[in-house]
Write a protein that binds this ligand. Structure first.
Ligand SMILES: Cc1cc2nc3c(=O)[nH]c(=O)nc-3n(C[C@H](O)[C@H](O)[C@H](O)COP(=O)(O)OP(=O)(O)OC[C@H]3O[C@@H](n4cnc5c(N)ncnc54)[C@H](O)[C@@H]3O)c2cc1C
Length: 475
């Protein structure tokens, strides 16, 4: 094989897992190629997942002045056509900027970006076929499969209908519409349901489960559901699976109890499947599980020698944040780089709904299930100066901690900047700290971060109350 086709590592997929793995390896002087069937690097993450959905959110909140305009008594009349045009233009702009950032990162690290579909052969060679049908065979000492995932499309949902969308095609909507049924109250469903509600669309959020975002602390999930309802969203939970069809009068979404809703559009946002088809995994000896996810060990090794996998293609949590870390760690193991050998076992989760929710560590339910004698403390934004000034008083910081020694176990935030705020709690948690940290630290005032302090005081007060002491501790 010609030298130009030989690499220390060949990465398949240029999403967060592939890009960061490639950069990590190249940083340590390795010769790396990254293959992607998309014309531009960045993965689903940049094209149609994390980055566009978050851009849509920010743009929607900005141009509608959502929940801020009331603070200043402002009226606002939006031109629906212009709003859609602005949303699309801004999203396209950010996608372009972030794609460029990935491209420059690859260039800076002298990583060769090879456009085409990759397929493995039994000896681990990566065959790349371009759109024009040209083939190039690449040999890597190691191969990393980071081909990501795509939305799950159950056959019962008519995705060939122009008004039935998944999380990718929802970004193609180019006309205003009045009503939407979102099927699936996970992160993607809740994010889009609340963004479209903020935009003035009549949204019904349907899920067969009893609560939205079932992995969150139950109280946070309950409170977020209440905020959604106050925003005007209709929540239909625990009602079984929804069916979607069209008749002469338009779309019909039938719920398990027989109720029929006639929305202008449906967004199906429930589940993702790994991109494993056509990769030659079986031929190469790479085992997948029943859900078509690549099986890896703790070093991200697949069942085939010298072939590693990371990111969404290996399954949950299917987050860009975790995929990046998996990619870096996988590259270190694959190439024997003694730099990074574990992925944070306690990653934070950020839900970019309106308002945001975020968590790290144990929920109250987790603590209870583990038989831990725990207590909680709550710092509400309703009493927080910065949040009051900003007109963002909904939500709280909730701490879950061990009663015996006040060791922090979990942090849960609901509110405008939850995904940012959670990191302070994460730092204390990761360093094994107690809620005393928040009691003794001085916080800038006014800040939303101050809610941590009052959550800790509230927790102390609860502990005192439990112990039958009456001394008032709040400052
Ligand atoms: C709507 C939405 C919002 C999200 N928001 C967030 C968020 O806020 N925060 C967060 O952390 N995560 C978020 N995620 C999850 C995040 O997008 C994924 O976890 C992340 O994209 C996974 O990265 P990856 O590198 O594994 O794969 P991907 O980003 O899916 O990239 C895989 C790449 O592999 C390429 N590929 C596939 N097969 C082949 C082949 N045979 N040959 C060549 N190339 C191939 C694809 O073209 C693609 O470019 C969101 C997801 C969705 C759907």
């Amino acid at each position: 094989m010609p030298a130009e086709n030989r690499f220390d590592m060949v990465v398949i997929g240029s999403g967060p897992a592939g890009e960061k793995a490639a950069a990590q390896a190249a940083y340590f002087g390795k010769r790396v190629a990254i293959v992607d069937r998309s014309p531009s690097p960045g993965g689903a993450d940049v094209r149609n997942a994390e980055i566009p959905s978050k851009t849509l959110r920010e743009t929607a909140l900005y141009i509608t002045g959502f929940r801020r305009r009331e603070v200043y008594g402002l009226g606002l009349t939006l031109d629906p056509e212009a709003t859609v045009a602005q949303l699309r233009a801004r999203t396209a702009q950010v996608i372009e900027t972030m794609t460029d950032a990935v491209r420059r990162n690859l260039e800076r690290h002298a990583i060769e970006f090879i456009r085409g579909s990759a397929r493995l052969s039994s000896d681990g060679t990566v065959h790349v076929t371009s759109d024009a049908g040209h083939e190039r065979a690449l040999q890597g000492d190691v191969v990393l499969v980071a081909t990501g995932s795509r939305p799950f499309r159950p056959p019962s949902i008519p995705f060939d209908d122009a008004d039935v969308h998944d999380s990718e095609t929802v970004l193609d909507i180019d006309r205003p519409f009045a009503s939407l049924v979102v099927v699936g109250a996970g992160a993607v469903g809740c994010e889009y349901a609340s963004i479209f509600t903020a935009l003035g669309v009549k949204v019904t959020l349907v899920d067969s489960g009893e609560r939205i975002l079932s992995f969150l602390d139950a109280e946070i999930s309950q409170l977020l559901g209440e905020v959604f309802t106050r925003m005007g969203m209709r929540l239909l939970l625990g009602g079984g699976k929804a069916a979607v069809r069209r008749d002469d009068n338009g779309l019909i979404c039938t719920l398990a109890d027989g109720e029929e809703i006639r929305p202008a559009k449906v967004l199906f946002a429930s589940g993702r499947v790994g991109n494993t088809e056509g990769l030659g995994l079986e031929e190469a000896g790479v085992q997948v599980d029943a859900r078509n996810r690549i099986v890896v060990d703790e070093k991200f090794r697949t069942t085939a020698e010298s072939i590693y996998a990371a990111g969404d293609v290996i399954g949950p949590p299917a987050l860009a944040s975790v995929s990046m870390e998996q990619g870096r760690v996988a590259a270190c193991y694959a190439l024997g780089i003694p730099f990074k050998d574990t992925v944070d076992p306690m990653p934070p989760f950020g839900i970019y709904s309106v308002p945001e929710a975020a968590m790290v560590g144990l929920t109250e339910e987790d603590a209870s299930a583990r038989g831990i004698d725990y207590e909680v403390g709550r710092g509400w934004f309703a009493g927080n100066t910065r949040a009051t000034i900003a007109g963002a008083e909904e939500g709280l910081v909730k701490l879950v901690f061990r009663a015996e020694d006040r060791k922090l176990l979990g942090v849960h935030v609901l509110g405008d900047h939850a995904a940012e705020l959670v990191h302070q709690g994460q730092a204390v948690l990761n360093y094994g700290g107690t809620i005393d940290y928040f009691i003794h630290s001085t916080f800038n005032v006014p800040t939303e971060s101050e809610a941590y302090k009052y959550a800790a005081y509230d927790g102390l007060q609860r502990l005192q109350a439990r112990r039958g002491l009456t001394r008032e501790l709040t400052a």
